[in-house]
Design a protein around this ligand. Structure first.
Ligand SMILES: Cc1cc2nc3c(=O)[nH]c(=O)nc-3n(C[C@H](O)[C@H](O)[C@H](O)COP(=O)(O)OP(=O)(O)OC[C@H]3O[C@@H](n4cnc5c(N)ncnc54)[C@H](O)[C@@H]3O)c2cc1C
Length: 264
């Protein structure tokens, strides 16, 4: 680990001002990704701005047809929240399947979304449910937020403050977890929303993506058999020691069928 300055702001305004003008500063949320990165000397921030004591960033509330989840809300809180279980049970189920108990007790939705790991679960929830990422300066639709592997539309020093999830008519999330880390080999979120059917896939490609062919088929017939014959091309999918691109393409079809079946 290299040495760095440490700030523990008590408000979003103070966090933003600590980040301002310091292009090498990093925000610290649950630390589940950032701390190991620092320990391995893969990052050398000038300053860590720890969000742990910013109350505005915590909590889950329902605003009409939308669930608003603060950036510093931990995975365990989403998994066990009465509001989430009542409004979007698929989201609670997704959070319950992240990592292990230690990771769920520390990891946050804001950290996960900002990190945009290609195998993370929340990006599939955001894209599949048509969420909006709220920052200290704007609102970014999920369709524009996840720009590539570990990259997002966030500008330098921009802070995620919350994620707004429109409550769908139905939604289901199923993943095939890597047996070691529980990250998704492939995870699929299917949702029937006011704006149409959405299908988002994580784990398979460099970043989360939608499957238009499945969305069209499900809009015409919302059943598992409607997606059964739809194949996702493997050309741009990930291939590594855990599975080939062809295997992941196959898993997308299987997980999509199961996600439709899981829709409440
Ligand atoms: C063993 C293990 C297993 C895991 N398994 C899974 C899994 O199955 N599924 C899954 O989805 N994830 C998994 N994770 C990831 C984990 O769930 C965390 O979500 C993830 O590590 C990032 O969240 P964090 O709160 O720990 O963020 P941190 O590690 O603190 O930060 C991550 C990055 O996001 C930035 N950041 C954090 N908060 C904000 C914010 N509010 N605004 C702007 N930038 C911000 C930080 O600067 C940093 O660059 C696993 C992690 C581990 C260690």
């Amino acid at each position: 680990m290299y040495s760095f300055d440490y700030a523990k702001p008590k408000s979003v305004a103070d966090a933003v001002s600590a980040l301002k003008g310091d292009s090498d500063a990093k925000v610290l949320a649950g630390g589940m990704t950032l701390i190991p990165t620092l320990k391995q000397r893969l990052a050398q921030p000038s300053q860590l701005v720890d969000l742990a004591k910013v109350p505005e960033l915590k909590g889950i509330k329902r605003e009409g047809d939308t669930l608003v989840i603060g950036a510093m809300t931990r995975h365990v809180e989403v998994a066990t929240s009465k509001e989430v279980l009542a409004a979007i049970p698929a989201l609670a189920h997704l959070a319950e399947g992240i990592g292990d108990a230690q990771v769920r007790n520390r990891g946050t939705i804001g950290g996960s979304v900002a990190n945009n790991d290609p195998a993370a679960d929340y990006p599939a929830a955001c894209l599949g449910l048509g969420a909006t990422i709220v920052t200290d300066r704007r609102q970014i639709p999920a369709d524009q937020f996840f720009t590539g592997m570990f990259s997002t539309a966030l500008d330098e020093g921009e802070l995620i403050t919350a994620v707004r999830f429109p409550i769908p008519q139905k939604a289901g999330y199923v993943k095939f977890p890597n047996p070691a880390s529980r990250y998704a080999m492939v995870g699929v979120m299917v949702a029937k929303t006011a704006g149409g059917v959405r299908v988002a896939v994580t784990g398979a490609g460099p970043s989360v993506f939608r499957v238009e062919a499945m969305e069209k088929a499900l809009a015409a017939d919302f059943s598992a058999k409607a997606v059964a014959g739809i194949k996702v091309p493997s050309d741009d999918l990930n291939s590594d020691m855990h599975g080939s691109a062809d295997y992941r393409a196959h898993l997308v079809g299987v997980m999509a069928k199961r996600a439709v079946e899981a829709c409440g």
